[in-house]
Design a protein around this ligand. Structure first.
Ligand SMILES: *[C@@H]1O[C@H](CO)[C@@H](O)[C@H](O)[C@H]1NC(C)=O
Ligand SMILES: *[C@@H]1O[C@H](CO)[C@@H](O)[C@H](O)[C@H]1NC(C)=O
Ligand SMILES: *[C@@H]1O[C@H](CO)[C@@H](O)[C@H](O)[C@H]1NC(C)=O
Ligand SMILES: *[C@@H]1O[C@H](CO)[C@@H](O)[C@H](O)[C@H]1NC(C)=O
Length: 404
């Protein structure tokens, strides 16, 4: 399966939640977009892990289904688990006047697509859609269409428009918006999701003939070709900022790392890990990507095994690291970069969730992935202030006050 069709699956499948974030207009050419957690959201840890493996085209380990609460074939994604998989959505306006949709801002994909008045009624269901005819500025791109094929072979496709978008009070002009005509049932089963807003570095969208990706168009219109993420652990005041760095969101210097040459994702290397309090250091080179569309932190099995070797009660069961919920607190996990920056993920962030089937057993937010690169999802991103520097082809991290 081409990777290009696989990653968007997780974009959709990843994190989740209710919407109506607070907008804050800071200057005419930069903005921040709130991220809110859905208070009614129940975690399905194994489901998250399964989706991440599927998104990145990784073979599902044997026995995995024993642990997951998803019934039947592990390739099936049930309707209910979709809702539980989505944690953060942001509100973005489309057309003139703006019609607001809840979209998933995803650094692991590059397309911007939404449900619209063109979406087949059966796929649209009861959700709000972008009514294209109501926009006085929507222009169909003649002869262009888009199609995405997911890891489970479900598809979404449709037509292509140029129109204005409102992101946190900033108007992106002439954005290429993909209107969904057909969307597979596996995707439509998430009633909260109005679309996906891809922010993958250097990746092309699935529009043919090719059109500029929206995030590229947006970056060209901003003061500064940069965006940042500040995800919060168990908090509602996380944010994306576009066009500026919010100095109030970090407490020390931002240290930058160049992206991998030719990167299509936000890919870079880290060079060491440390288990805090254990005097365990492990130095090597590992390629990873920063992915807002994945909830877990997925690293190579050697790194993950090193971490859990420091958690006495942890066990690798059904291809997943778990531990008794009543065991002593997990150690903090540090990741070092070649530029000298060291990030620390608090152990409590790695206590990801208790299992739905077995509430006394907790699942780790750090899990192995047998893949050419690791995935730094929200478990990691919650512990840092991250700066995605498009113009500089680099990613920067700084420390921030955690849990406030
Ligand atoms: C997992 O389930 C399979 C059958 O579905 C069974 O053969 C295997 O023993 C189970 N593994 C564990 C660890 O329970
Ligand atoms: C679209 O326009 C119609 C007719 O003016 C109006 O009734 C409807 O509320 C509009 N819908 C949206 C979502 O703007
Ligand atoms: C990054 O790490 C990979 C191993 O995962 C290595 O092959 C590659 O050379 C490293 N790249 C740089 C720029 O150090
Ligand atoms: C993990 O988190 C749960 C709450 O979700 C808590 O009850 C439990 O004590 C925690 N366990 C550890 C080892 O931190």
């Amino acid at each position: 399966m081409p990777a290009i069709v696989v990653w968007l699956l997780l974009a959709i499948l990843a994190l989740a939640a209710g919407a109506s974030p607070a907008h804050r207009k800071l200057s005419p050419r930069s903005m921040s977009l709130g991220l809110e957690r859905n208070p009614g959201y129940a975690r399905d840890g194994p489901g998250q892990y399964l989706r991440a493996l599927k998104k990145w085209g990784v073979e599902i380990p044997n026995g995995f289904s024993n642990l997951t609460s998803i019934r039947g074939d592990v390739g099936d994604i049930t309707a209910s688990s979709f809702n539980h998989d989505r944690e953060f959505l942001s509100r973005v306006g489309f057309g003139t006047p703006f019609q607001y949709m809840n979209v998933d801002l995803d650094t692991g994909s590059a397309d911007v697509w939404v449900y619209t008045s063109e979406t087949k009624a059966v796929d649209r269901g009861g959700r709000a859609v972008w009514v294209i005819e109501n926009s006085t500025t929507a222009k169909r791109v003649p002869g262009a269409d888009w199609k995405i094929e997911y890891g489970d072979e479900s598809t979404a496709n449709g037509n292509v428009y140029i129109d204005n978008i409102d992101v946190g009070g900033f108007t992106v002009k002439d954005a290429v918006v993909e209107s969904a005509v057909e969307v597979s049932p596996l995707l439509t089963s998430d009633p909260y999701l109005g679309g996906i807003f891809g922010l993958a570095y250097g990746h092309r969208s699935q529009v043919y003939p090719h059109q500029p990706a929206v995030w590229r168009t947006m970056m060209q219109q901003l003061d500064k070709q940069v965006f940042t993420t500040d995800f919060k652990w168990h908090g509602d005041d996380g944010a994306f900022t576009f066009g500026y760095i919010d100095e109030s969101r970090h407490i020390d210097e931002i240290k930058y790392t160049p992206l991998k040459p030719g990167a299509i994702f936000w890919s870079f290397n880290f060079t060491g890990i440390h288990i805090v309090g254990q005097n365990l250091w492990y130095l090597s080179q590992w390629e990873v990507i920063a992915d807002t569309g994945t909830s877990l932190m997925l690293l190579s099995p050697d790194v993950v095994n090193t971490y859990y070797s420091a958690v006495p009660a942890a066990r690798f069961e059904d291809s997943t690291w778990v531990f008794p919920c009543n065991s002593s607190p997990l150690p903090d996990f540090e990741i070092g970069l070649a530029n000298g920056w060291v990030g620390r993920v608090p152990g409590r962030y790695i206590n990801y969730t208790s299992l739905q089937d077995d509430p006394k057993t907790c699942m780790g937010g750090l899990q192995p992935i047998d893949h050419p690169f690791g995935i730094l999802g929200a478990v990691f991103l919650k512990s840092v202030y991250a700066v995605y520097d498009v113009a500089g082809s680099r990613i920067g991290f700084a420390h921030k006050n955690l849990d406030i």
